[in-house]
Write a protein that binds this ligand. Structure first.
Ligand code: ADP
Ligand code: ZN
Length: 642
């Protein structure tokens, strides 16, 4: 929950900027303090009650006896409190009795033949029964159970809260807020490296937040929603925060996945609260992370979809539509699954601005590394360009974690600066998980791993369209026993069929070698096989790369059947399914043969390479290439292109 910044002896210009709505804003503390007060009253009541009933040590006598005492002249004073009659006798002792409700004491006594006015030495007084104590006693029989029930509710809700239910606070906004005056957490476009197009597009939003008049005067419609789309870790959140930072406005963030709660209606009311707080603080930015968690296409899925999600989504739409044209609140949302979003979200007037953020290319990777190297002293030998070269496919978040790992490595060795070798070591750590030197392979396992990796590497170096080998290792990492690192020499958007086919033969290199050398298989290649099958399937169903099916995309990018659809639940008709299966098997078989030919023809090279790996455990690209040259194998330096 956003906390209003404290007024403090900070800089005088820092006025608290965040206003919480009155009335229906977060009320949590009030509720609990009220309950506490109720509890206190309860305790006081109990003690009061026992105090008043503590008069039980005064003897209670029947009315007839009081009459007798009066006649005998033993009574000094009579005090009437409601129906209770307190009597002080002449010997100073006290007794009490009760009179009939509604009748006065003198009336009641006259029934016993006692006329009070005949006893002038008795002081008679009537006390008004409106005193607090009186009423408490009257009410106690009702109040005590009510308070007890309240008390139990209190205990129960406390327990529910402990289990995360928050029965009384679930409607409140859980938005996290970043105050523009908080310099330490402020992020600007300078902190976001690369993503030039996205920044360009978002500058407009910043300008609008700063100079709304300019746009309003010319009658321009201000966008309400911006959808940031891109893989995880490419910096969507970072960009949204940078927009807020540049425009100097508060930033409220909530996550779509938070809305998927237990009770229907909770998400919707949270959305309402968040928008309300943001509007009070306009100009402001609301950021909805993982909007696909609530914004999936409605009305699909088992049981007609999830009511809670639907209501939350509807509320977001209602809020967006309900914006006054010049409200100056801009909603930014992020997703890595734009394909599953409900079309209603993307209609004009809603999230109609779409900003795509791609994985960084080599130049951007270098810049991102520079950003994250700002606070880390680097040795002179560090060239971030080399690191960028070796990290295709890394997201901004991966690069940040790479930098961080490198700094940790340096600090572990008590060095003051990060060296190039720290960075190199961290690339593999981020890519494959930490090395597990402690996980010792048995001699047999080691031999199998060495042959397996040698098989991959050898096939890779014999095929013209396969990516060159950067490193071979039989030190286990993550859950791989060993690995061969192939990297394309440059960034490429397209891959050709020849490349696909050669790559598949490389992937099968390990499997074929194990079978050829040991006549048996281990579970080692299972990951290879998964990837090959997936790749072959894509070739057939998505890229039209199968000779026998031809240029038909059978599936969309997300796996929806496009062509040859079957009726009912199945995606493909019988005929198309078997055609696909046949093609996949054929493509894989082709790749297997290719790998097999290389392995059998170059068996002597394979044996030597495996031997060498067993001895050294890792081989870098240079070492591997001179090994190849030593065996008369031509080394390709660039990926061939057609
Ligand atoms: P997303 O929201 O797209 O999943 P984030 O914005 O949370 O990704 O990014 C995670 C982290 O990665 C950021 O905090 C930042 O440190 C780093 N990062 C990502 N992209 C960039 C970039 N372009 N420049 C600098 N740092 C980046
Ligand atoms: Zn393998």
């Amino acid at each position: 929950m956003p906390q209003p910044p404290k007024r403090g002896p900070k800089k005088p210009s820092q006025k608290p900027k965040i206003r919480l709505p009155k009335g229906d804003g977060p009320k949590k503390p009030n509720f609990w303090s009220q309950l506490l007060i109720a509890l206190l009253v309860f305790v006081t009541l109990i003690s009061l009650y026992s105090h008043f009933s503590g008069q039980g040590d005064v003897e209670e006598i029947p009315l007839s006896e009081l009459a007798t005492e009066i006649q005998e002249g033993n009574v000094d004073e009579i005090v009437v409190k409601g129906d209770t009659v307190e009597v002080t006798l002449t010997d100073e002792s006290q007794v009490k009795t009760r009179k009939e409700t509604g009748a006065s004491l003198s009336e009641t006594l006259s029934n016993y033949g006692v006329i009070l006015s005949e006893y002038p030495n008795i002081t008679l007084s009537v006390q008004d029964p409106s005193g607090l104590g009186y009423w408490l006693i009257q009410l106690a029989p009702f109040l005590v159970p009510v308070l007890l029930i309240l008390f139990f509710i209190w205990i129960l809700t406390r327990q529910m809260k402990g289990s995360g239910m928050q029965a009384f606070s679930f409607g409140q906004s859980r938005a996290r807020m970043i105050d523009p005056t908080d310099e330490s957490r402020k992020i600007t476009f300078d902190d976001v490296a690369g993503v030039k197009e996205a920044k360009e597009e978002l500058k407009e939003i910043v300008d609008f937040l700063q100079n709304p008049k300019k746009y309003i005067n010319i009658g321009a419609e201000i966008p309400k929603g911006v959808m940031l789309m891109g893989a995880p870790g490419v910096g969507k959140t970072l960009l949204a925060r940078a927009v807020a930072g540049e425009a100097d406005v508060p930033f409220f963030s909530i996550s779509g996945s938070e809305f998927v709660e237990m009770f229907v209606g909770v998400g919707a009311s949270r959305v309402r609260d968040t928008f309300q707080i943001a509007k009070k603080n306009a100009p402001a930015i609301i950021f909805i992370d993982e909007i696909d968690a609530v914004g999936r296409t409605r009305g699909v899925g088992v049981g007609g979809g999830n009511d809670e999600r639907e209501q939350t989504l509807n509320q977001i739409l209602v809020e967006l539509d309900g914006f006054e044209p010049n409200e100056q609140v801009i909603v930014m949302a992020a997703t890595n699954r734009p394909d599953v979003l409900d079309p209603a979200l993307l209609r004009p007037g809603r999230f109609d601005r779409r900003v795509r953020i791609d994985l960084p290319d080599i130049d951007d990777r270098e810049k991102i590394l520079e950003v994250h190297a700002r606070k880390k002293p680097l040795e002179d030998d560090v060239t971030l360009r080399t690191v960028a070269e070796r990290t295709p496919g890394f997201s901004g978040a991966d690069l940040q974690s790479l930098m961080n790992e490198a700094a940790i490595l340096a600090a572990r060795d008590d060095r003051k600066k990060v060296a190039q070798r720290d960075l190199t070591a961290s690339i593999e750590k981020v890519m494959l998980g930490p090395e597990r030197r402690s996980h010792l392979l048995s001699d047999d396992e080691k031999k199998i791993t060495a042959y397996h990796e040698a098989g991959h590497a050898l096939v890779a170096s014999m095929l013209p369209y396969a990516h060159p080998v950067h490193k071979i290792s039989i030190i286990s990492r993550g859950h791989a026993a060993g690995y061969t690192l192939h990297l394309p020499t440059e960034e490429r958007r397209f891959q050709s069929r020849k490349e696909f086919k050669d790559t598949m033969a490389v992937m099968l290199g390990g499997y074929v070698t194990e079978l050829e050398v040991f006549g048996d298989l281990t579970t080692g290649p299972s990951n290879d096989l998964e990837r090959i099958t997936e790749r072959a399937r894509d070739m057939v169903t998505k890229y039209g790369m199968s000779e026998n099916i031809g240029p038909i995309a059978l599936e969309t990018d997300t796996g929806k059947a496009l062509y040859g659809k079957a009726s009912g639940d199945r995606d493909y008709s019988e005929k198309i399914s078997s055609l696909i299966d046949n093609e996949i098997s054929r493509i894989i078989e082709e790749a297997r043969e290719k790998a097999h030919t290389i392995i059998t023809e170059k068996r002597d090279v394979l044996d030597e390479l495996a031997e060498k790996l067993l001895e050294k455990e890792t081989m870098e690209r240079k070492e591997f290439e001179s090994f190849l040259r030593g065996h008369g194998i031509e080394v390709k330096d660039e990926l061939k292109e057609d």
